[in-house]
Each structure stands twice: as C-alpha cells, then as structure tokens.
Ligand binder design. Structure first.
Ligand SMILES: *[C@@H]1O[C@H](CO)[C@@H](O)[C@H](O)[C@H]1NC(C)=O
Ligand SMILES: *[C@@H]1O[C@H](CO)[C@@H](O)[C@H](O)[C@H]1NC(C)=O
Ligand SMILES: *[C@@H]1O[C@H](CO)[C@@H](O)[C@H](O)[C@H]1NC(C)=O
Ligand SMILES: *[C@@H]1O[C@H](CO)[C@@H](O)[C@H](O)[C@H]1NC(C)=O
Length: 557
C-alpha cells in the first residue's frame, strides 16, 4: 500500500530539469521587484551617455539630424529616466524643443488603447462574435466564427489593410512598370478613400473593403497583423457604448489615469505643441477617419508612461485581469516570440543577468507610419515600463534601437538591485528556538533565479531526501534543486522542487520545463509543505520563516 502510494505520487510528477541545466522558475518576478529608495536610485548616466553617443554616431541606424525622439523608463511609482532629442532639421510649425509634454502620434500603439477600452466595457464580452456588434458582417459565412478576442489577438485572419495598402494608385505607371507590374488599372468601384489627400470613406465603403476579400488565414489559426481588425473592434466599442471611440477612450482611460487632455483621438487644435518632422506636416495632423481605432492616437511621452503605470498598477483592470492580459495568445515562428492581445511578445534569452540565463518577457506594442512611430514595452518580471516615440523617417530601426538600449541598460541594474534587496531581507539561516527541535532552513543567493534553499531539514532529516524518496525514485532523479519564488502577496513564497536526473533528458524533452506542473504537490497532514511564509519586522527584515506543512516556525539567526 505504501509502495503503491509512492508510485502514484511519482507518476504525478514530471522531471523538470532540462538536460541543458536550465532552471524552470515561474514566469514573472522570481524575487520581489526591487524598490528604488529615492528618485536618484537609478543612475541615469550610462544610458544618457549611450544615447548621446548614438545621436552623434554617423553609423547610427537612423539620422539624428532629421529624427526627433523621446525615451522614458518608468517603475510602478514614476519615471526613472527620460531622454529627449530634438532634430536640428524639423518643421517650424511644431515644437522647437522636444520634452515630456511634446505631442507625438503613436500609430499602432493606438491598438492598446482600443483593446483596453473594449476590455473595460462591462456590457461587452470579448468572446462575442464580431457580427453581434458590427451588423454588416452578420450572415456572412467567413465572419461567422470570428470573435472580438480573435480580432484583438491577431488571430481573426481578417485582411491587413485592404485597399489602403493598394499599390496601384501610389506610384506613376512608369515606375510600376519598371518594377514588373503589368499594365492593369484599378477596378472602377475600388475605394481609394481614407488615404492622404483623398476623401473620407463612408462606413459602407470601408466595410466593402473587407467583405470582398478572402481571409488571410482561417480564424483562430495563426497570427497575422491586421489594421482592419482594430477598426472593427472600434466599431464594436461604439456600438456597445453608444459613444464615439474618441469619447470612450477619453472617459474610460485618459481621464481616470489623469493623462493630459491632449492624449486621445482628437486632432490637436494647436499644432505648435506637436513635434513635426521636416516634410512631415501632412502626417502630423492627418485625420485617420475610419483608421483612427488602429492608428490615430496622439499622446505625449509623459502620458504614455502614465498609461503604462496605469496598466502595471492595475488601476483600470483588476490585478487578475491585468495578469491575464499580459500573456501570449499565440506563438510566432520564433522560439523567443509570441503574440498577445494585441501585444508583440519578446522573450530574449541572451540578456546577461546575475540571476542567470533565461527568457525575459517583454510585452510590447510597436507603431509606425511615415514620419511617426512609437514602441512601448512592459516587463512584468521587474515591473518596468518603457516608452519610445519618434518623429522623422527613422522607422523600426530607430524604435528597436531605443527599446533595446533601454532594456540592456535597465534590466541588469534592476536584477542586481532585486538580488541585493532580497539578500538583505531574506538570505540567512532560520532555526527553531532553543528547545524547538532539529529543523532548519538556509536561504542563499546564487547565480540562479529566486532564492536557493541551500539546506533544509525537518526533524533532523533532509527535506530534499524526503522529496527524492517520495517523488524522485521512479523517474530517475538523483538530486533536487530547491528554490523559493515570491507569490506576490502576504510574504508568501512557493517552493520549486526541480529534480535532477541521472542522465540526459532525451530528444523532444531536452529543453522542456515542467516546473509549472508540480507546484503544490508536496503536502502533509492538510497543509502545503512547499510554501514559506515570512514574518517581517518593522525594519522590513525577515525574522521568521514558517512552513505550514512541516509545522516549522523558524527564527532567523
Ligand atoms: C542626415 O540628413 C541630413 C538632412 O537631410 C543630410 O544632409 C545628411 O546627409 C544625412 N546624414 C546621413 C548620414 O544620411
Ligand atoms: C496601358 O494600357 C492602356 C490601356 O489599357 C494604354 O492606353 C496605355 O498606353 C498602356 N500603357 C503602357 C505603358 O503600355
Ligand atoms: C536532534 O537530533 C539528534 C540526532 O538525531 C537527536 O539526538 C536529538 O534528540 C534531536 N533533538 C530534538 C530536540 O529533537
Ligand atoms: C507558527 O506560527 C503561527 C502564527 O504565526 C501559528 O499559527 C502556528 O501554529 C505556529 N506553528 C507552530 C508549529 O508552532
């Protein structure tokens, strides 16, 4: 019977070390996110110097003479970094010097606002079909399965830009002919509205652009970027609220977060507050008409940073909704990339951090059209937000360069800071009181994630041996690596037991991480044995560690 119980337990546990020796921590913070003790806690010098060097570098991936830009980094509390560059060559119609209150267009970063405004409407279910809110699509077979969630997650298969990316009207026939396009004219009824210098499309014309085309991919199948998808979401928000998307964004996002009134879909009355690149006037105040919901928003670096703090502090959505929103919806072809709703998710695993090599999750949104672009990133592990804005022809190389520089500079600093603070607060030995028995817990900081359990005994016996005896034997574990990770509430931490096998894990399991499968399996007499509660004193220092399942209340020595 005892044997049977052990076997049953063992079968329920997967080996979760990889043969590459990778750690398998939970995603998100592996230590409490660091707290900057004062406004000067982040040394802005190195990143400022690097950006100044970039601006003066003739080999930079953009031309600083004609591109203005802003970069901000924020914690949950406030910005810890801002850098603004004003291009010497720009339009006199706009601002003369760029700062945190300068108005930029943010192109497709608008999609974050449209998606959030949808998530915030109580009466609107994200799993509704689009045709329930956009009646023109009702009864059309190809739209029957498409939900609002699919549209917001790049999974609807809806066409990208439709007639708006039509090449024929954009270049003279000679040029097109020299590029190998056959001599064919646009069909008579083909809409050319909603473009620079053309009339506004009626909603009917706009919808005709989508209903005449096949889907790019089948609904729910694989991510494909679509501006049309977000216009439809804008229509859905308007139908559900009876308000314009402009008003919904103002009332449900901009005002509650205390962003300035210039942020939103309305075209600024005073262009002198906008940064306008040389030859960029037409794009600075162009009315996006139907395309507003996908790329029409104006905002400032200060406001955009405030917006990210609003998300990270879950001021509009609840904490659980925010956590669920900052998750992937689909994979891309890259093992280090995914798409979300509507996030583009980067998971670089090549960043140097004292806590080891493992993926860093960055939830991003990229935007760009001629002469303007933006890039925002949220890094849940360290609770940091980054904003990039530019005005000029710099395009993606500019925004990518700036986001990369911000991440490369800030993450190692915050990783170190989290480790220093966790070390001061928790690292050390915890023992029972004078007559308390033979239990102990020793927490250390090593070159892996979380806090390493260097030693752990219960009633004189090693906990790792108990774990191996109960869970490790039948699956070939010869050792176990034990770490603790903060839950994010009440000083409660979760133990990760990571079995170490006696041989390489073969084939398709070489890089798999099954840590998530095994939490909360180590229980004893009604209480979890893989949870550690800390008692913190008035100075913020842990004085006791409690393990409910093992009935351990251990005092820090
Ligand atoms: C940058 O733009 C300026 C102004 O158009 C131009 O004179 C200069 O040659 C450009 N620099 C480079 C490296 O392309
Ligand atoms: C293209 O076709 C039109 C008529 O279909 C003709 O008038 C025109 O000359 C052609 N252009 C070229 C460059 O062949
Ligand atoms: C601690 O363990 C030792 C050795 O196993 C044993 O002799 C001793 O009685 C134990 N002390 C308590 C308080 O359990
Ligand atoms: C540990 O302390 C908690 C309260 O802090 C108490 O509820 C619990 O009974 C204690 N456990 C043991 C084994 O002393």
């Amino acid at each position: 019977m005892k044997q049977l119980t052990c076997t049953t337990l063992a079968l329920a546990i997967l080996p979760f070390v990889t043969s590459l020796g990778l750690f398998c921590p939970p995603t998100g913070p592996v230590l409490p996110p660091p707290v900057l003790l004062d406004a000067n806690g982040f040394d802005v010098g190195p990143l400022t110097d690097a950006l100044t060097k970039l601006v003066n570098d003739p080999d930079a991936p953009f031309n600083a003479t004609i591109n203005s830009f802003s970069l901000t980094i924020t914690t949950l509390e406030d910005d810890i970094f801002q850098y603004h560059h004003t291009a010497p060559k720009k339009s006199e119609a706009g601002v003369s010097v760029v700062d945190g209150d300068t108005i930029y267009r943010i192109a497709s970063v608008t999609k974050l606002f449209t998606t959030l405004s949808l998530l915030l409407q109580d009466g609107l279910d994200i799993d509704d079909f689009v045709w329930q809110h956009v009646p023109e699509l009702a009864g059309l077979k190809k739209f029957e399965d498409i939900t609002l969630r699919m549209l917001a997650s790049h999974l609807s298969g809806v066409i990208r830009d439709g007639y708006n990316s039509e090449i024929a009207p954009r270049a003279p026939p000679e040029v097109l002919s020299s590029l190998g396009f056959p001599n064919v004219t646009l069909p008579q009824d083909y809409p050319t509205c909603d473009s620079i210098g053309t009339a506004k499309c009626s909603r009917a014309e706009f919808i005709s652009g989508i209903t005449r085309e096949d889907l790019v991919w089948l609904p729910g199948n694989t991510p494909t970027y679509s501006n049309y998808a977000f216009v439809l979401l804008g229509y859905a928000v308007e139908a559900a609220t009876g308000n314009s998307l402009q008003d919904v964004i103002a009332e449900s996002i901009v005002q509650p977060l205390g962003m300035s009134a210039v942020s939103g879909l309305q075209i600024p009355e005073d262009p002198s507050k906008i940064i306008i690149p040389d030859e960029g006037d037409v794009w600075a105040t162009q009315d996006f008409n139907n395309w507003k919901a996908t790329g029409g928003l104006f905002t400032t670096p200060n406001d955009l940073s405030r917006f990210l703090r609003g998300i990270m502090n879950h001021e509009l959505l609840t904490r659980a909704q925010t956590s669920a929103w900052l998750k992937p919806a689909a994979f891309t072809a890259s093992p280090t990339g995914a798409t979300g709703m509507p996030w583009g998710i980067l998971r670089p695993n090549n960043l140097k951090r004292a806590s080891g090599t493992r993926p860093l999750e960055i939830y991003t949104m990229l935007g760009g059209f001629p002469n303007y672009g933006a890039y925002v990133g949220i890094i849940p592990e360290y609770q940091l937000g980054i904003t990039v804005n530019y005005a000029g022809p710099g395009d993606d190389p500019l925004s990518r360069t700036l986001l990369d520089m911000a991440v490369q500079h800030v993450i190692p600093v915050f990783d170190d800071l989290a480790r220093v603070q966790a070390s001061e607060t928790y690292v050390g030995s915890y023992n029972p009181g004078v007559d308390g028995g033979n239990s102990s817990l020793v927490l250390a900081l090593d070159d892996g994630p979380g806090l390493k359990i260097a030693e752990w005994t219960s009633e004189g016996t090693s906990v790792s041996e108990a774990w191996l005896a109960l869970f490790g034997g039948s699956i070939g574990m010869v050792d176990v690596d034990m770490r603790i990770y903060p839950v994010g509430e009440d000083e409660r931490w979760q133990v990760g037991f990571q079995g170490i096998p006696d041989r390489d894990v073969p084939g398709i399991f070489e890089t798999s991480c099954d840590g998530w499968f095994n939490f909360n399996a180590f229980r004893y007499a009604g209480l979890p044995g893989d949870v550690v509660h800390f008692v913190i004193d008035g100075n913020g220092i842990a004085i006791e560690a409690q393990v409910p399942g093992l009935r351990q209340n251990l005092t820090r020595v």
